[in-house]
Each structure stands twice: as C-alpha cells, then as structure tokens.
Design a protein around this ligand. Sequence first.
Ligand SMILES: C[S@@+](CC[C@H](N)C(=O)[O-])C[C@H]1O[C@@H](n2cnc3c(N)ncnc32)[C@H](O)[C@@H]1O
Length: 208
Amino acid sequence: MARVAAERLQHPRVAYCGKDTRALELTAEYDAAVVINAVLSDSDVDNRAMLRSVYEAIRPGGFFIGLFPTIFAPADIGFCEERERWRLELVDLLHSRYCFDEHVGATHILYTPLRLRAILREAEFTAVHMEVFFCESPCLREEAARAYGLEGDDAVLYELLVTCRKPPMHPDRGNSLHRGLGGGDRQHAGDGRGVGPCSLPTSANGDM
Ligand SMILES: C[S@@+](CC[C@H](N)C(=O)[O-])C[C@H]1O[C@@H](n2cnc3c(N)ncnc32)[C@H](O)[C@@H]1O
C-alpha cells in the first residue's frame, strides 16, 4: 500500500512507511491521522490495538478522522432490496461480523456506531462525532460493484465517518488530559484482551 502511494505522489513533506498498525510505535507528533477502511480485522483485539496505536502517534490536541464500514450497511441493504436478501445470511449482528462471501473473500468485524464509539473512547479519544457517509460517487459505486457485487441506485453502501480528538495537553500535568478513571492518570478499560467496553462476545474476539 505504501509503495503504491509513493509511486503516485512524491512531495518533500510527505514520507511513506509500511508498518503494522497494531504497533506503530510512533512518537506523539502527528497533527492528525486518517484511517480509511483499515480497521476491520476479524479480531476485535487487533482492531482495538490499531486504534490505540494510532492514538499514541497523534500529538495532544490532534485529530483523528476515519471511515469505518458498519455491519448495519449490508443488513440495511438486505432489508431494503429483495434481490439482496441473501446477504442477511452473511450478517452476524451479535458479533458485528460480515461473514465470508464469494465477493469479499474474507470475514470482517464491522462495528455498529455505539460499539465503535465505545472503542474510540476506550482508546481515549474525545469529542467523538460520527455521521453516515453514503459511498455513492461513481468511483465508490464501481468499487462496491466489484468488491461486493452491489448493483442498483438504492443499494448504496454506507460507512461511518468519524472525527474525534486526542485531548489537549494539560498545562499542570505536562501530559494529555485524560478521563481519569478511578483516580489514575490512565486506566485502559481494554487491557489488550478484548474486555473493554462494548466487547464482542468471546467467539468474535478470538483472535485469528
Ligand atoms: C480494505 S483495505 C483498505 C485499503 C485503503 N485504505 C483503501 O481504502 O483503499 C484494508 C487495508 O488495511 C491493511 N491492513 C489490515 N491490517 C493491517 C495492519 N495490522 N497493519 C497495516 N495494515 C493493515 C490491509 O493490508 C489493507 O490494505
């Protein structure tokens, strides 16, 4: 991915590197991070680790912008369109999973808005704002047809467009302002084992 991007754009202020987003190990110096359709692993634990690791790379007060597929989209399409009804069998709402099908060739966890909001808050993002983004440009429709076999004007894929922030530096503490659960500076509700807020039932945390 990084190599393809580098072939398309060269700029003195742009650097590319390929890393595992679960453990970026970057210092907190970036003004913003943008994540497009890249937090959808079949492991809830990995997805949470990705968001936490991106959080660590953003400077205090910086922004996070993300586009997240949601399990409600394939369900909605299945409810609305007779010819898409078969898709409902691939929708596992309990586990927020879209199961293997011939078009996608994989199984993904696609979060619901509340669950995603809780996971973002667990990663300590604040001011979480979310809106529905319809993927209806010609280019995105073409991609939906290619990847998911979606056709027709009304069977439009939609995703969750998220903006949120890393809390600004607290003047007295020389550190980010955290929610201070239990009186401590940082207390991760998620401990890397997928037991944070809105955790998925165990079989979906399950880690590859
Ligand atoms: C659905 S694709 C989206 C790619 C691109 N953002 C786009 O919108 O076209 C998901 C991408 O996330 C990458 N990815 C998944 N898990 C990753 C991880 N742990 N570290 C780095 N990249 C990862 C995959 O390799 C894949 O390129």
